[in-house]
Design a protein around this ligand. Structure first.
Ligand SMILES: Cc1cc2nc3c(=O)[nH]c(=O)nc-3n(C[C@H](O)[C@H](O)[C@H](O)COP(=O)(O)O)c2cc1C
Length: 202
């Protein structure tokens, strides 16, 4: 059976740098025999978390049940079924986009946090790999230091049971109306896609 990679993309722009980087990583993974699926978060119906914590009360490894009946359950099923993940979102106001944040806040079912407990605990240890991709107008080094995007995406990966296996931070992404991914970033995105696909043979 083919090794499955699911990409979750929190960019608002089709054809922007995040789209290009995700597609480059997926194409490299496909060339190595993996099967890839991309989910665009703006195209999914996902409600805001209600902070009711109903999904976090029951103990155990099994994902909790959310009170919402929207597209999030199916997306979590897709993430569970995947062998590896790509989590991608650009930086807006020094962190990931709001649509990505809304998705992240709905990852409660992956953790257990009963009333009386001080903090949540993830239900499952990391058992798959994830690649993290983000982009910003500022140079990548500054972006890595000054924004919370990588940290947020890593947290999302860990909640989904994935250990980060590499990050791509695309800097200076807003110099043109229709930016093209720089050659260096194309190479890095392809390398990361390949790294995920190779996980299949370990
Ligand atoms: C509302 C808004 C807020 C932004 N905030 C930041 C920011 O805080 N820091 C930064 O470096 N770039 C910022 N940017 C630039 C985006 O990061 C950049 O356009 C994005 O990386 C491009 O990704 P895309 O091509 O996938 O849309 C912002 C852009 C917009 C539209």
């Amino acid at each position: 059976m083919a090794y499955k990679i699911l990409a979750i993309n929190g960019s608002y722009r089709r054809g922007g740098v995040i789209d290009q980087a995700v597609e480059t990583a997926c194409a490299a993974a496909r060339a190595a025999g993996a099967e890839t699926t991309s989910v665009i978060l703006t195209e999914r119906y996902i409600e805001f978390c209600l902070n009711c914590r109903a999904c976090m009360q029951a103990p155990g490894e099994k994902r909790g049940d959310c009170v919402h009946n929207d597209g999030m359950g199916a997306l979590l099923d897709q993430a569970d079924a995947a062998d590896a993940l790509i989590l991608a979102a650009p930086v807006n106001f020094f962190n990931v986009t709001a649509v990505t944040r809304r998705f992240m806040e709905r990852l409660g079912p992956c953790a257990c946090w009963p009333w009386g407990a001080k903090a949540p605990a993830l239900r499952r240890r990391p058992h798959k790999k994830a690649v993290i991709i983000t982009s910003s107008a500022m140079p990548s080094l500054l972006g890595r230091l000054a924004t919370g995007a990588i940290r947020a995406l890593k947290l999302a990966a860990e909640s989904l049971g994935a250990k980060p296996a590499g990050t791509l931070f695309i800097g200076l992404s807003s110099m043109e109306k229709k930016p093209r991914l720089a050659e260096r970033d194309v190479r890095l995105a392809a390398k990361l896609g390949l790294r995920l696909a190779k996980g299949a043979r370990r």
